[in-house]
Design a protein around this ligand. Structure first.
Ligand SMILES: C[S@@+](CC[C@H](N)C(=O)[O-])C[C@H]1O[C@@H](n2cnc3c(N)ncnc32)[C@H](O)[C@@H]1O
Length: 263
């Protein structure tokens, strides 16, 4: 994979271990409810889930829009598209969701057809976030909302991993993100894209059970694939975090930026 396009290519093709880690990492929970709240998803709405991943967000949206609503789920990874379809069928929700394998950042939807578009932890990977916000504005009806949730990768924090070591891992894994500081940038980008009302919230909740250890493992993998990393530091970070998870002393913080913009 070329490092230039790694931020996208590593989603088009995902190695089996990482694919399985995402099933744990993205499972829906109480945290998800808080992240979705400002989108005001309601029965009967037509909603898009841009970058649906393994399908947990799409399933939750399908439950919330009910039998009268519809969800359009999109992803660039074929395995995620298949996994999302399987989950929906197993839950009997397939009739209210259309799952589409996307091969470009533009959406195969007419203008003004959606009430809501949700994009959770995907904006950081799109080629051109401003162009994506404009594209989302095209497909959402006037008065509808785009709800974008994302991290700001420079604000992630771990303990007992040292800030210096974490910064080394982060710097050598940055090719995995198109816009690593997307969290702080989304507010300005949404304003620039011409939305009428843009609100921003930041939810920062410590994660201490070890779920974020998956994220550390993924970052170590990106650093190693980049080949310009300091292996001793990367391994030390993984070892210290693994030991802390085992001993129950793991602490992590990954603030989520919630930008809700009205068309
Ligand atoms: C971090 S995962 C988030 C998955 C899901 N939204 C969630 O929160 O559970 C990022 C997802 O975005 C998808 N993705 C990355 N770049 C994309 C793009 N340009 N267009 C659509 N999907 C993309 C990936 O394949 C992956 O499923």
């Amino acid at each position: 994979m070329s490092l230039e396009t790694y931020y996208k290519d590593h989603w088009v093709e995902i190695e089996p271990d990482r694919l399985d880690r995402y099933e744990d990492q993205f499972v829906w929970g109480e945290r998800g409810n808080r992240l979705l709240e400002p989108a005001e998803i309601a029965a009967g709405q037509s909603v898009a889930d841009y970058g649906c991943g393994p399908g947990y967000v799409s399933m939750e949206l399908a439950r919330r829009v009910g039998p009268e609503g519809h969800v359009h789920a999109f992803d660039i990874n074929a395995d995620f598209v298949a996994r999302t379809r399987e989950k929906l069928t197993a839950e009997g929700l397939d009739g209210r969701v259309t799952v589409t394998h996307l091969e470009q950042d533009m959406l195969p939807l007419e203008d003004d057809v959606l009430d809501r578009l949700v994009i959770k932890n995907v904006m950081v990977y799109v080629d051109d976030p401003l162009a994506s916000f404009k594209e989302f504005r095209r497909v959402v009806k006037p008065g509808g909302k785009v709800h974008a949730v994302d991290s700001d990768f420079y604000m992630t924090a771990f303990d007992p991993v040292s800030p210096e070591d974490w910064r080394v891992v982060l710097d050598s894994a940055l090719h995995a993100f198109r816009t690593p500081a997307i969290g702080r940038k989304m507010y300005g980008l949404a304003l620039q894209a011409g939305y009428s009302d843009v609100s921003v919230q930041v939810i920062a909740r410590p994660e201490t059970t070890g779920r974020m250890f998956n994220f550390i493992q993924n970052m170590a993998g990106y650093a190693r694939e980049g080949g310009m990393h300091d292996e001793a530091t990367v391994q030390r970070v993984v070892d210290i975090a693994a030991k802390a998870v085992k001993e129950g002393t793991f602490f992590s913080l990954n603030p989520q930026f919630l930008v809700t913009a009205t068309v």
